[in-house]
Design a protein around this ligand. Sequence first.
Ligand code: NAD
Length: 291
Amino acid sequence: MAIETVGVVGAGHMGSGIACALALAGFHVTLMDVDAQALVCAAESVAAQIDEMIARGDVEPAEKTAAMARLASTTNLRDVGSRDLIIEAASEIEAVKHRIFVDLTPYLSPDAILTSNTSSFSVTRMAGVTDRPEQFMGLHFMNPAPSMPLVELIRGIATSKETFDAVDAVIKRLGKTAVVVEDYPGFTVHRILIPMINEAVYALYEGVGSVLDIDNSMRFGANHPMGPLELADFIGLDTCLSIMTSLRNGLADSKYRPCPLLVKYVEAGWLGRKTGRGFYDYRGETPVPSR
Ligand code: NAD
């Protein structure tokens, strides 16, 4: 089945980036969010991301006009029902994702393929709440979605070869590299990355080093482009905590226990860049450690 139209549910950081990549590649995209303000921000974010690509010489100005014309937005789930492919990119709360798929089901065309951008929840469990587990799989973009080359393709236990091939063709058309991973918590990238971030938060919690010393250790000692605490703020501390909790619950191993300091930051609403404060405070001219 050739996919031409895509519904992206959740217009936050990832949803807007995924919509941007798809619209630039020629897909007709409908972006849905329960929060109308998120849709306004998403449209601004897509325009800004394309402007950056134009400035780098990666995209022609005319492509921006065409891509923006292929992008629609809505607060009504019914409006994405007729799309060939659905990419769910709502908040990393399993009950929210399950509700979206249940509510969407009556509006879907029989051939529609469902995917989730979840970072950590079971694809097989999500597929189980739909009427089409064989037309369901995980499609995990990296952050920022327009520029990061990797996408994890996750087969649920029932995912059909036709579904997998159709989604794989979309990723090829985006010019991205796919890796195929099994449906286990965190898949591969987050299984490795998020425990490293959690360990950096433990190092801060135990007073091993300051925010800057921990980040500089990994930037200059391990050649990482961002320190782990800076990266946590970029990902969103709520998302990091949710992934750690899924790893602990799904793998039943205490080595994945979330650091209490990470929990405290999330409880404070210090979620990183998106709320203006996390391990760093972004409200001034340049980010400074928040404590
Ligand atoms: P975000 O907080 O920036 O955005 C989530 C959006 O979902 C919000 O705009 C919210 O209004 C919307 N939403 C909540 N409930 C909804 C509903 N019922 N229907 C429609 N929209 C709803 O989060 P994000 O960072 O964009 O993450 C989204 C998904 O992508 C999560 O599953 C996350 O694990 C995954 N992901 C995140 C990253 C990352 O680095 N942030 C990377 C890869 C994957």
